[in-house]
Design a protein around this ligand. Sequence first.
Ligand SMILES: [Zn+2]
Length: 412
Amino acid sequence: MSTAPCRFCGAPLRVSFCDLGMSPLSNAFLKPEQLDRAEKFYPLHARVCERCLLVQLEQFEPPERIFSDDYAYFSSYSDLWLKHASDYVDQMIERFGFGSRHLAVEIASNDGYLLQYFAKRGVPVLGIEPAANCARAAEEKGVPTLVKFFGAGTAGELAAKGRKADLLLGNNVLAHVPDLNDFVRGMQLLLAPGGVITVEFPHLLTLIEQNQFDTIYHEHFSYFSFAVAEQLFARHGITLFDVEELSTHGGSLRIYGRHAADASRPVGSRVAALKEKERRAGLDRIEAYRAFEERVKRCKRHLLEFLVEAKEAGKQIVGYGAPAKGNTLLNYCGVRSDFIRFTVDRSPHKQGCFLPGTHIPVLHPDRIREARPDFLLILPWNLKEEIVEQTAYIRDWGGKFVVPIPDVTVFA
Ligand SMILES: [Zn+2]
């Protein structure tokens, strides 16, 4: 049993969802001089609350330490993600008519990858981002950014100054929030009357159905079904009036919220349809959660079988990407440079570093051409199409692609 209570409802956490053993923080990349030092490992054990069915991890480090100044994630390094952001901005302007008299506020605005498109279309913007280096990059794009963690405190200060959001968005931030209730209360405080909230997060239903256990990592405290998200927002006076299923991050939801009293936006039919889909998959009962772990163990065995067989046959395997999910996968499976010679990443912040725990070197993508690997293991499988396109040249020497999730798949 976990020592911490459920972060949403406070009940004791007694049911295991997925125990991935001990793992370092996934963004704790190592410099060469750190390789011979001790490394901190933490339990990576997701549990499900029997009362509210929120899947969650215990938090071992304060967010200040996890999302510090050298936080290595810069959104703008993925073309696909930029396209997603730009499409989103077009859709919101078209659907809700945002313009120069409105304010779009993004929580965890990163390097301004998204708000830059609102600014270009003349909609005033404000980013809220705790990582100072990301915020600096945003300011350079013309996106004013408040360097702060978001919660009821920050929201109250802005609202008191008359700064309320007509559009308040948070993409892939809800999972990273230690105090969920404070965060959503803050969203309610900052939302202007008649305003719209949109929040995107990976969908727990897809995580379970597609066996995406590697999206469980320490920075990711909570894993939501639509039904649980609806309860959470309702508790703080926000009604979810629409939802879309997206393909980002292997399967995400975009939920639309408004003040509970705002009758101008009726609850659309997609809400009931999605809740029904989750019920059919058993997400309203604890048994569906208990059954997950066995499938995760099977996936590990299959990946190891592939790697052992390839190495025994004298093949060379190289990784692509250094995402958090790669670290979960490699640490859980015990795969180090004995199997994967190196991995590559487009982010210059990661190049020259080593993956935490497994110490696999992270190099520039050009090194794939030099090494001519037999297999390229794609770690950010959610960006598979983009990566295959960029590295199609490995076919010139008979190289093949490998994707580990939902089960090991090799293709040319
Ligand atoms: Zn709970």
